[in-house]
Every structure is written in structure tokens, then in C-alpha cells.
Ligand binder design. Structure first.
Ligand code: ACO
Length: 323
């Protein structure tokens, strides 16, 4: 049997920081409201000339260094992003060139919004298990600030920019025990950017080019579906809640994270929490949290991690991993 294992992690946050007090100057909000309702204290925003590819490259180089591999060992790149630089080519293709990879291995983007990293990890894991790849660079990278309406207090206070990466390598034991991916397209109107390329470029300047969310309803679905998917992951591996050392969740809202931790009977000191530092970075948030806790020494080799995320679509997913 072939499995995939995390060889190294990396991440990157842009230099510019907007604190909640900066948001008070943009919209009718308060530091207190944002902290209480979301746990967010600040978010990072890409510079005008900085793109998703730039963020992805920095996270990738950190992960490649940590994994101790040569870039040309990578035989697949999968990038989860909702905010690519171009309609085409994919960010993954452009990153392959930037990293100097000339082995003609495949590279592509996937789009599952905030569940994007869980999806990318699932795809990469299946490539390795199926024997189609042996060293995979998996990235979540977003410049979500570009699709925010900075006059809409319901959304603009919640999101930020960033990138996180892992290098997966083939191994004879897991590694990634299982991934669990789901979608339900009936809820598209609760969380979406309602327009895009195929509907015409003109509208891209209008309101419809930005994130719209019915936060309360999204919140309720996120809590329910994340509870279900963590149960599903445990059951699939015949593991108990107590077997999990760390919950590494998508960082959208501290209250959603607390609800999942309660379901797992986990105290919050076993939950990797980074939402306060960067807000919701969509597909980047799980690998950002993972890299943070690996680098500060909390997550140790051999420990069991439960990764989970929920996003627009709706899409959601989880992965059970031995680090
Ligand atoms: N500052 C001050 N007041 C605000 C703000 C703000 N920034 N935003 C909204 N409010 C107001 C609302 O207008 C409302 O006022 P009203 O009662 O006078 O109408 C009040 O606060 C309460 O609004 P709710 O929407 O009920 O607030 P809630 O407690 O649900 O918190 C939040 C809102 C933070 C958005 C929450 O619902 C949430 O986190 N939802 C889930 C987000 C998520 O997980 N998304 C999925 C991933 S994102 C992706 O895939 C792209």
C-alpha cells in the first residue's frame, strides 16, 4: 500500500496589517464587535503589486526547505485558490516555472473556496495512493482582499490574504489516513461572488464582483456540517475522539471552531488557533495554522491531527493525518 506523508510545511503572510481599529475607519464597526463575534484582531493585506502567485511562491519555498527536497523532485503541484492571478494559466503552472521545475509534471488549480485546502489535500493524497505522483506540493493561497466590498461591514472585516503549503511524499504507512470531501450546491446563494468571467467583464466593476454572505445562515450550516465530517473521519479510521492530538481547523470564526472542539471533547489548548492574527484567509487558513503550530513546536512528529474546513458552494471536508 502507498500512502502520503507530510514532509514539510511553509506559509507566508503579506507585510501590510490592518487592525480592527483600522477597520473602524472604513466601515461602521468596532474592535469589540469583531473580536466578540469572530475572534479576529487583525488581517494581512497583499500589496498592490503582490499577487496570489507571489504569496504561493513564498509559502512553497518555505515548505520545500522544511521538507529538504529539491524543487525538481516535485511531480505534481495542486493549488487551492479562489483568487488566481489570471483566468489562465493556473497559478500552479506559473509557480512551477518560478520554482525552476522543468520535469514536465502536472500542475493545476482547484476551487473550493474555504474548503479548498481540504480538497487539494484529498486530490494530492489520491494521486500518491494511485501511484501517479510521489512528491506533491499542495498549497492554499488567496488574495481575498481583491474580492471584498470594502464598504460592506458584513464581509470586509472577516477576510485577509495569505498562503500556506505542504510537501507530501510517498510512504509505506500513513501519513494521511483519509480525506472526506463534500459539496451541496443548493446553498450557493448564501455565500458567493455572484458574477464572473462567463457573465461578462463589465459587471466585474460592480457590486456583483464581491463576496456576499448571509453570515448567520452560513454559520449554522458550518457548525452542523463540520460536526458531521469530523465524526465521519473518526469512524472511517475506527478512532476515538481521544485519539486526536490536535484540531487544525479552517480559521473563519472562533465560535465555529469552539463548536467543533466541543464536539470532539477537545480543550481549546489542543486547537490550533490563528484566526486572531489573519482573519479568514479562505483556502490558505488550514496550512497557515498547520505551519504555525509545526514551527512553534506544538505539533510533533507522530501526533494525530484532524484538519477541517467549510466554505462557499457549500463545500466542506476533513483529513485525518499522522504528522
Ligand atoms: N460590525 C458591527 N456590526 C455588524 C458587523 C460589523 N462588522 N457586521 C454585521 N453587523 C451587525 C449586523 O448588521 C446585525 O445587525 P442587526 O441585528 O441590527 O441587523 C448584527 O451585527 C448581527 O448580525 P449577525 O449576522 O446575526 O451576526 P453573527 O453573530 O451571525 O456574526 C458573522 C456574523 C461573524 C459573519 C458570523 O455569522 C459568521 O462567522 N458566519 C460564518 C462565516 C463563515 O464561516 N463563512 C464560511 C467560510 S467563508 C468562504 O467560504 C468564502
Amino acid at each position: 500500500m502507498k500512502y502520503s506523508r507530510i514532509l514539510g510545511t511553509g506559509s507566508y503572510l503579506p507585510e501590510k496589517v490592518l487592525h480592527n481599529t483600522d477597520m473602524e475607519k472604513l466601515v461602521d464597526t468596532s474592535d469589540e464587535w469583531i473580536r466578540e463575534r469572530t475572534g479576529i484582531e487583525q488581517r494581512h493585506i497583499a500589496a498592490d503589486d503582490e499577487t496570489t502567485l507571489d504569496l504561493a511562491e513564498k509559502a512553497a519555498r518555505n515548505a520545500i526547505d522544511a521538507a529538504g527536497i529539491n524543487s525538481n523532485d516535485i511531480d505534481l503541484i495542486v493549488i487551492a485558490t479562489t483568487t488566481p492571478d489570471c483566468v489562465f494559466p493556473s497559478v500552479a503552472s506559473m509557480l512551477q516555472a518560478r520554482l525552476g521545475i522543468t520535469n514536465e509534471s502536472p500542475a493545476f488549480d482547484i476551487q473550493a473556496v474555504c474548503a479548498g485546502f481540504a480538497y487539494a489535500l484529498g486530490v494530492a493524497d489520491n494521486f500518491i495512493r494511485g501511484g501517479s505522483a510521489s512528491v506533491v506540493l499542495v498549497i492554499g493561497a488567496e488574495t481575498f482582499s481583491r474580492i471584498l466590498n470594502w464598504k460592506d461591514r458584513n464581509t470586509c472585516v472577516l477576510f485577509g490574504d495569505g498562503a500556506g503549503a505542504v510537501v507530501l511524499g510517498e510512504d509505506d504507512k500513513p501519513g494521511i489516513h483519509s480525506t472526506h470531501l463534500h459539496a451541496d450546491g443548493r446553498y450557493k446563494d448564501l455565500l458567493h461572488v455572484p458574477n464572473g468571467v462567463s457573465r461578462g467583464y463589465d459587471v466585474m466593476q460592480q457590486q456583483e464582483a464581491f463576496v456576499q454572505m448571509r453570515g448567520n445562515e452560513v454559520f449554522r450550516m458550518a457548525v452542523t456540517k463540520l460536526r458531521e465530517v469530523v465524526e465521519e473521519a473518526l469512524k472511517a479510521n475506527q478512532m476515538d475522539k481521544s485519539d486526536i492530538d490536535w484540531l487544525v481547523p479552517h480559521q473563519a470564526n472562533i465560535r465555529i471552531i469552539q463548536a467543533t472542539a466541543r464536539k470532539l471533547n477537545m480543550s481549546m489548548d489542543r486547537v490550533v488557533l490563528t484566526v486572531q492574527n489573519h482573519g479568514n484567509t479562505s483556502a490558505a487558513s488550514i496550512p497557515l495554522a498547520l505551519d504555525t503550530a509545526v514551527r512553534d513546536g506544538r505539533i510533533q512528529r507522530g501526533e494525530k491531527l484532524l484538519l477541517e474546513g467549510f466554505g462557499g458552494g457549500f463545500t466542506w471536508g476533513a483529513a485525518l493525518v499522522t504528522y
